[in-house]
Ligand binder design. Structure first.
Ligand code: XBP
Ligand code: MG
Length: 252
């Protein structure tokens, strides 16, 4: 079937946001709130198993801070702590501290010029997505995407397929006409459960995850002068992931 659409995850896929972005913003919000919690790089890697910032904080309290005296309005506490985290995170993006990953700008530009539809399916907060696209992709970068599915718009976050179902519904799209691009096992599970073939680009935190069922796994998308490496799944791997190659594997 003809490939018409690319659906991108955000964190870890469009940009390496977790270790030096979200993690740092969580820690700043904890300090500001007077909490002595600090998430180091390795602890944060484990916490990433839980998607969604509010859900991740709650999981941390349950698992690592059993002595924490919960405020009466726990949901309100989590919400305001997470709002502070989002404020710090967006400020980092606005300061241009987090660039797009190798090949992302090139592939998005090429796909747009080729008339492919672009969409986003992510568990992160909508403001984070807009700030990243505006500051790392292009002024008004969010308008490149026909649909942006983000955050609490669905009740169950990845690995549940809900956000992909929501995006496919908004696009009125058969999953066979699209490819998903993800970086994590949770993301792959979500996309696959929605019937989407999925390409993975690995990062620091997802190197050793299980990507069985992925269409292909790459180290990154590649750029002229920086060849990508296919570590799983395709014998006809390209020097860089481009629209022609995506069409050939999707329609082949
Ligand atoms: C991303 C997430 C998010 C971010 C933090 O997963 O799980 O929770 O880590 O963002 P994916 P928020 O890449 O699979 O979408 O704090 O805004 O939730
Ligand atoms: Mg991700």
């Amino acid at each position: 079937m003809t490939l018409t659409t690319l659906i991108f995850d955000v964190d870890g896929t469009l940009a390496d946001t977790e270790r030096d972005g979200h993690r740092v913003a969580f820690n700043r919000a904890f300090s500001e709130t007077g909490l002595d919690w600090q998430w180091d790089v390795s602890l944060y890697g484990g916490l990433l198993a839980v998607t969604g910032g509010k859900e991740r904080i709650l999981h941390y309290i349950e698992r690592f801070r059993p002595e924490f005296v919960r405020p009466r309005d726990m949901a309100g506490f989590l919400k305001s702590l997470h709002l502070a985290k989002t404020r710090y995170y967006v400020a980092m993006l606005e300061a241009g501290e987090i660039p797009l990953r190798t090949g992302v700008q090139r592939l998005l530009t090429e796909a747009r010029n080729a008339g492919l539809r672009l969409a986003i399916a992510t568990t992160t907060t909508p403001d984070n997505v807009t700030a990243l696209l505006r500051h790392a992709l292009a002024p008004g970068g969010e308008t490149w995407f026909e649909v942006i599915g983000a955050g609490d718009i669905v009740a169950a976050k990845k690995p549940a397929p809900d956000i992909y179902h929501w995006v496919l519904h908004q696009l009125r799209l058969d999953p066979h006409q699209a490819l998903a691009l993800e970086d994590s096992e949770n993301g792959l599970r979500a996309a696959r459960a929605a019937g989407l073939r999925t390409l993975i680009t690995l990062n620091h935190y997802t190197l050793h995850q299980d990507f069985s069922g992925a269409l292909a796994v790459f180290d990154h998308l590649g750029d002229p002068g920086l060849t990508c490496r296919c570590v799983q799944g395709q014998v006809t791997a390209p020097a860089m992931v481009d629209v022609a190659w995506l069409r050939s594997v999707a329609e082949g």
